[in-house]
Design a protein around this ligand. Structure first.
Ligand SMILES: Cc1ncc(COP(=O)(O)O)c(C=O)c1O
Length: 420
């Protein structure tokens, strides 16, 4: 589409937006002057669906009225509350229902799945990771390597963009795997890099890894609810994500996990066990002979945290109504519009380090300031824009198709360039 920097285009795009009414389903934080903020931080914490309270109140009421009997007699019986989210989670991630489960938190799930999927052997023990992966991933991976008795210095391999570039090229990842794959036990990459906003080609990286006998897993913190994922079709071995960003599950929301069906019934996979991974029909016989549930649920340890799941369910119902394909269409348009406005109105002091290609990014644009970035960020906050600052010189801004408007994007660009 051909853009213009005129405000009338923002208005027109909003009028034409088939998803515009979804904004009303969320609470938009207010600025100190009482106006709605321009909220571009859904890549960090998604907004609260207005329906969350109702979903939580249902469970509070059942707890009040039924106490322990709520496990089986609540309107949504608590023993299987996580199951009410499975089908929608499978749709969001492009998975089969048996391949996904909502449990724990992202880093906890990373460790649990590394127990199963990081199985170093003498000549194949390395882990390949992006050099700028999220710190929690680095810490977790380092600790996994040490836990297996290896040295991080010669076991962890980091892949980085070429000098002077911001994205890691897929062909460089493929070339590296082709050359060193036999030494690599596990490839661990983000679906979308938290800093640059680069979306990685999950299918190609997985294929390259499999050709060399590596296991390939993904951190989808910034991809779930942002990109159209096809984890099953892409043959992904395993993945984890959090649900508080694009998924709007609330602060510290329950995490999600995917295990490809070909691994689910593999009895040889090492696994840390808990009673919620045990066969549902015999769980309460309380014997000590573990029988795994034949789905990704067998990685569960504990009984489901109903309030966290209820909050996430409110958001999943909204996603179902909107549809991931339509959300992605709007997202591509909004982010391209934001990119256009920033380039059009200025350019000199700001470098967009997120890839330009649509299939290499999600909602987020990361803006690198040549100078004065923190000052500009301070001005934005002062003027009611909520985005975030990442050291040393980047503002991240994510127009989210569920609740942002083209007007939000226009106003953001105007303040960014005009200085508010
Ligand atoms: C890419 C990525 N990985 C991991 C994490 C850590 O998530 P958690 O605190 O839910 O374990 C985050 C948190 O923002 C993240 O962005």
């Amino acid at each position: 589409m051909k853009f213009s920097a005129d405000f009338s285009l923002a208005e027109e795009l909003d009028q034409r937006d088939p998803l515009k009414h979804f904004r009303d389903k969320f609470y938009m934080p207010l600025h100190k002057d009482g106006r709605e903020t321009i909220y571009l931080a859904g890549n960090s914490l998604g907004l609260q669906p207005k329906t969350v309270r109702k979903y939580l109140e249902q469970e509070l009421k059942d707890w009040e009225d039924l106490a322990v009997e709520g496990h089986t007699k609540a309107k949504n019986p608590w023993l299987k509350y996580h199951e009410f989210l499975t089908a929608q989670t499978a749709v969001i991630t492009g998975s089969k229902e048996e391949e996904v489960v909502n449990m724990n938190s992202l880093t906890t799930n990373l460790h649990l799945l590394f127990v199963s999927f990081y199985r170093p052997e003498k000549n194949r023990r390395k882990i390949l990771i992006e050099s700028s992966a999220f710190p929690s991933d680095h810490y977790a991976v380092q600790s996994q390597i040490r836990f297996h008795g290896y040295d991080v210095s010669d076991t962890l391999i980091e892949i980085a963009p070429r000098d002077g570039e911001n994205k890691v090229r897929t062909e460089d990842i493929e070339e590296f795997i082709g050359r060193k794959g036999e030494e690599i036990a596990l490839i661990w990459i983000a679906g979308v890099n938290y800093y640059t906003g680069q979306a990685f080609d999950i299918e190609r990286i997985t294929k390259a890894g499999h050709e060399k006998g590596c296991i390939v897993g993904f951190d989808l913190a910034h991809a779930a609810g942002n990109l159209e994922l096809k984890l099953h079709e892409w043959n992904t071995d395993f993945a984890v994500w959090c649900n508080y960003k694009y998924m709007n599950g609330g602060p510290g929301a329950i995490g999600g996990a995917f295990v490809h069906e070909r691994h689910i019934r593999d009895k040889d996979l090492p696994k840390f066990l808990g009673w919620w991974g045990h066969d549902k029909a015999t769980r309460f016989l309380m014997d000590h002979k573990y029988i795994p549930i034949p789905t990704a649920e067998s990685w569960q340890l504990s009984n489901p945290p109903v309030f966290q799941l209820a909050a996430l369910k409110a958001s999943l119902d909204i996603f179902e109504e909107a549809g991931m394909q339509k959300l992605r269409e709007k997202s591509e348009l909004m982010t391209s519009y934001m990119e256009y406005l920033i380039n059009e109105k200025e350019g000199e002091n700001i470098e967009i380090i997120t890839p330009h290609e649509k299939n290499e990014r999600g909602c987020q644009l990361s803006l690198r300031f040549r100078e004065g970035g923190k000052r500009e960020f301070g001005k934005l906050i002062e003027n009611g824009v909520i985005c975030d600052w990442r050291e040393p010189d980047v503002i991240r801004a994510a127009p989210v198709p569920l609740y942002n408007s083209f007007e939000d994007v226009w106003k953001f660009a105007e303040m960014l360039i005009g200085g508010g």
